[in-house]
Design a binder for this molecule. Sequence first.
Ligand SMILES: Nc1nc2c(c(=O)[nH]1)N[C@H]1C(S)=C(S)[C@@H](COP(=O)(O)O)O[C@H]1N2
Ligand SMILES: [Mo]
Length: 318
Amino acid sequence: MKDWMRIAGITSSEITDEQTFKRRRALMQAATAAGITGFIGSDAMADELGPITKWPDSTDDAQTAEEIATTYNNFYELGTDKGDPVKNADKLVTEPWTVVVDGECDAPGTFTLEDILKPHAIEERIYRLRCVEAWSMVIPWNGFALKDLIKRFKPNSNAKFVSFQTLNDPNLPGMKSRVLDWPYREGLRIDEAMHPLSFMAIGMYGKEIPGQNGAPMRLVVPWKYGYKSIKSIVRISFTDKQPQTSWNMSAPHEYGFYSNVNPDVSHPRWSQAKERRLAGETSGLSALFTKKIDSQFMNGYGEEVAELYADMDLKKFF
Ligand SMILES: Nc1nc2c(c(=O)[nH]1)N[C@H]1C(S)=C(S)[C@@H](COP(=O)(O)O)O[C@H]1N2
Ligand SMILES: [Mo]
């Protein structure tokens, strides 16, 4: 137990729970069904995932300590303080888990988590995650390319956008507050969703993704502000119109649909030129007070994604 966790009011018993066990079992069943051998399922190995291939383009930036990435979170359904999601993670019921896929596609349906995971080999991708609040982390995610999942649902030619929804469980402790119009909603243009960098994470640090980070499955779009990376997804819809997104609905002049990381486009209330990197050289509370570094255009993924926005005024479409 680390001092800073105690300060944050986190106890070790709050970190492990029955949900983790159940998710592990579901993943093991999926791995078995997919004929994946060598899947580590012994109790001794707890919630380790495996086997995992390494993506060659991962960032070399120092990784954020796992203890920080899993205890300093934004997941408003579990509370608005950074330490709330880990404390309330056991309230997020992830078993059974179904994902509804609908809208402009030829293979819609209601899928169990096992159905969703079955065909996908698991990859590790180390990405920068840049929150609109001007802090950032470097996280090794485990999952698969979003495009490989989307292709299975056969979006049709009217599918110009894809939208996502988070579990809408009014019993989650943060949902009593009207801070956002629930359910949490996010969306991407279909070409953004099909971009090879868009990722669906089911794990991090080689383990199943914990509740506070968006169990059992969350989006990771590394060139966009973190709020686009929607957690605990229960619905994927293909639409011909730009979908409504939670932060844009709550404050449209502050949070645009695109939300591409851009040091030259300030938030109306603060600059986006610099960020606080919660990295690996420091741990514990001191990591929260690290020096600021320069923010990068598209969070450093500009070379890969700039073509998506070739003809767009990024100050207008922020
Ligand atoms: N459903 C849901 N997804 C969410 C959020 C949220 O409040 N609810 N917060 C977002 C924000 S603002 C950020 S920065 C990232 C944080 O992800 P992490 O806690 O795994 O670092 O999750 C995003 N996804
Ligand atoms: Mo964020």
